[in-house]
Design a protein. Structure first.
Length: 231
């Protein structure tokens, strides 16, 4: 709830005790900074008048930032109620006090609003980062468990792949061995057939030669018979 008065009324009506400041608490903190800024701006403007007297034209482009850096306490990202303080300062610009104030003072109020916005954003980012870090730390055992499980699953997959590869290599070796055995059997069969053919050819040649010898002997025997009759 960004309206301090409404928040205070709700808390009071229900008798709750919540860390919600009322408007006077917000005003007290902002007023401390504004009072310091008034004195610093007055002193700076007096110094600028002296500079003008000697012909030096002052540059106020960074005056608000310079004054803002000198006030105490500094606007800090971890201080509470940035949204309420920005609302209070915005409303202050519409009051007679600031509507007719010096330009430098109004610009300083605007610089305060901008700084509260920046620091609030920075604080929210830091909170989100802290929550994210806390969440990671809280979930670290689970994350580590998942990581270990993933590593175990990966190891199992790799082991299965290696076993499958070994099985494929073994099957390939067995197939190669079977092919070699078949080739050896084919070579033996070819050699045996070749030896058989050679044997048969040899036997045929021997039979042929034997037949020629018998025929020759028969021719000689026939040739000798007439000679025997003549004597």
């Amino acid at each position: 709830m960004t309206n301090p008065d409404l928040a205070g009324a709700v808390v009071h009506a229900f008798g709750a005790k919540l860390p919600i400041p009322n408007k006077s608490d917000i005003a007290r903190v902002c007023r401390k900074r504004i009072e310091q800024a008034k004195k610093l701006i007055d002193a700076e403007l007096q110094n600028q008048e002296l500079l003008k007297m000697v012909g030096i034209q002052p540059d106020n482009a960074n005056l608000s930032a310079s004054i803002l850096s000198q006030i105490r306490p500094q606007i800090f990202s971890k201080e509470p109620y940035h949204q309420q303080k920005m609302m209070w300062l915005s409303e202050l610009l519409d009051t007679d006090e600031m509507m007719f104030a010096d330009k430098e003072m109004r610009e300083f109020i605007g610089a305060m609003i901008d700084r509260h916005q920046q620091e609030m954003t920075l604080g929210l980012m830091q909170i989100q980062q802290d929550q994210s870090t806390a969440g990671i730390i809280a979930n670290l055992p689970m994350l580590l468990g998942e990581q270990a499980m993933n590593q175990q699953n990966q190891a199992m997959v790799e082991e299965q792949q290696q076993a499958q590869m070994a099985q494929q290599q073994q099957q390939a070796a067995q197939n190669e061995q079977a092919l070699q055995m078949k080739q050896q059997e084919a070579d033996i069969a070819e050699k045996s057939a070749s030896a058989q053919r050679q044997h048969e050819e040899t036997q045929g040649k021997v039979a042929h030669d034997r037949a020629l010898q018998l025929k020759a002997m028969d021719v000689l025997a026939q040739a000798e018979k007439p000679v025997a009759k003549a004597s």
